[in-house]
Design a binder for this molecule. Structure first.
Ligand code: FER
Length: 294
């Protein structure tokens, strides 16, 4: 409910903003025209992919703290460790980001069930060994979810905290690979925009990038991909999903069109008739997790 209210309020703000600044680009708001793109086929996730299954091994989620140099505070972050996490092995890392009304608990507590989705994928041997890091993407001293749209700027500078402090903290605490080929970034809505912005701007850090229902904080395609050849060479996966009834589709479809026009491999799935919600984001995690580190 609260999300819907915040969401509608932001639509109104950004509609005005985008209108004034970039009248030629289709807007990410309700009822706005969408560019024509070739969506990739939607294949439904199997029944039960997001349900707790009996008789399988479970991972665990732990809340950690790390010192953030860019923010100047100690920050919190949830980490999913797969079943039988073994420090003698090495794991890849998926950074999984939340939306504007969320924090490091949103995926866990607002219906994302990332631990259940990952446990099921592990049980079925459908994913590479990885841990999933769920930080607070609002890089400000007050990073509480009540910040709402006032914290737009804080989402924009999370890359400093992520790259400067969080990644090193994760790499010193857990037994993980430290190269780009074993690091992925994906997120929902504001976190989708952050993932596209930060992931594509830092291809030496992240080879796999996912945006689920990416929000208007998403940079324009030309900013995201200023050098087509470099992106083609360095990015290993650019994967998006958005609900067909989500007014924010154009943030994803503009990028998909640009990629198609320029020969950059890119996936965009239109989740039929779905809005801006965890049905789409769970589907996003389920699919993205299977495609990375392989
Ligand atoms: C907007 C619509 C949605 C916006 C942000 C969002 C700042 C983010 C939604 C979410 O993260 O769930 O106009 O502008």
């Amino acid at each position: 409910m609260k999300r819907n209210f915040l969401f509608a309020a932001a639509m109104l703000c950004v509609a005005g903003f985008v209108n004034a600044q970039e009248p030629d680009i289709p807007m990410g708001m309700f009822g706005a025209p969408q560019v024509n793109v070739n969506f990739d086929p939607y294949v439904a996730a199997p029944q039960g992919f997001d349900q707790e299954r009996q008789g399988i091994e479970r991972g665990k989620v732990e809340l950690i703290e790390y010192k953030s140099e860019s923010v100047g505070t100690t920050r919190k972050c949830n980490v999913y460790l797969p079943p039988k996490y073994d420090p003698k092995k090495k794991y890849s890392v998926l950074y999984l980001l939340h939306g504007i009304g969320g924090d490091e608990w949103e995926w866990m507590n607002d219906g994302g069930v990332p631990n259940i989705i990952m446990d099921n994928l592990y049980a079925d041997k459908k994913v590479a060994d990885m841990i999933v890091v769920m930080p607070n993407g609002r890089a400000a001293a007050n990073d509480s979810r009540d910040g709402g749209y006032g914290s737009f700027a804080a989402f924009g500078v999370f890359d400093k905290d992520l790259i400067g402090s969080l990644i090193p903290a994760i790499e010193s605490k857990y037994s993980v690979y430290t190269d780009k080929d074993h690091r992925a970034i994906a997120g929902l809505s504001m976190g989708g925009g952050q993932s596209l912005n930060f992931g594509l701007a830092n291809m030496d850090k992240f080879a796999y990038v996912g945006g689920f229902s990416s929000a208007p904080n998403t940079n324009r395609p030309q900013q995201l991909i200023p050098d087509v050849e470099k992106t083609k060479k360095e990015n290993k996966l650019l994967w998006m999903v958005c609900g067909g009834a989500d007014g924010l589709m154009s943030n994803s479809s503009n990028l998909k069109k640009f990629c198609d026009d320029n020969g950059v491999p890119c996936t965009l799935i239109n989740y039929p008739d779905e809005g801006h919600n965890f049905t789409v984001w769970k589907y996003g995690l389920y699919n993205f997790a299977q495609l990375i580190f392989k």
